[in-house]
Design a protein around this ligand. Sequence first.
Ligand code: 3HC
Length: 285
Amino acid sequence: MHNFSSIAVIGAGQMGCGIAQSIAAAGIEVKLSDATPDLAQQGLARIHLRLLGQVEKHKLQPEEADHIVANITPVPSLESIHNCDLVIEAASEDLALKLELFRKLDQYAKPEALLASNTSSLSITTIAAATRRPQNVIGMHFFNPVPVMELVEVIRGLATSDITQTRILRLSEALGKKPVCSVDKAGFVVNRILLPMLNEACFLLDEGVASATDIDSAMQLGCAHPMGPLALADFIGLDTCLAIMEVLQKELGEVKYRPAPLLRRYVAAGWLGKKTGRGFFDYND
Ligand code: 3HC
């Protein structure tokens, strides 16, 4: 038993919404928070729309969809998390922002609550040190689209207790996920392998080795990847991809992690991928 009856999810973007939906589908109450009450409301509306799509495809009963939605309450501010047993932070990949959030979460969450970060590459030890309960802080890294992807990386910081890790492993299993433990080293397992591959695809495109469509077709047809690297980078968000490459480069200090200049240019242009309608591919129609 994991003993979590109420979980707060901080951040109602694509990861936060996916996490909230997966937890609610497991019958656990979720409080969904974002920088403004409107953003949290909009997050719930997007979850609802996706579930209705599942109902239309006869993959979900209407009452199941209603039940999942009823388990999620958008909350107006962080103060509303005081009754939660666990808080999962899924904000942008920005260390300063996460440190500030964890200081606040430590202040508002009840003393015995666990605090988890969905960070894709930042140090759990550093994030935990912003709180007075580093033994209760852990990494819980989900994959996009969260309701579909089975993996959760569970990352212990230096001070994370055994009981915290055990409870998070049990919760991951209760959500229908397969947890894999990683030590607290930049990028953990998946992003340390995946992001350099996506970054390399950007170098190939910039060097004119092949077109974006052909780079993606090559990896789909030649390696049986469900999406090509450039479409996957668009799907993850090019700003997130750049932020992860910057952490890998800074923390691991090797030239092989240098972000591709083309990736930087796209982010500078505001072409962030699917979420802005344009990245390596166009999503406007
Ligand atoms: N949210 C929720 N569910 C979604 C979704 C979304 N954004 N997008 C697709 N799905 C669901 C669909 O509803 C469908 O469910 P169903 O089978 O119950 O109907 C299922 O996924 C398959 O979707 P589709 O049939 O529409 O499309 P595909 O068969 O092409 O699959 C995909 C879509 C699952 C996204 C597949 O292309 C895939 O697996 N891509 C690779 C994804 C991946 O590698 N993710 C990891 C990214 S790395 C990461 O997240 C870490 C971070 O730190 C960067």
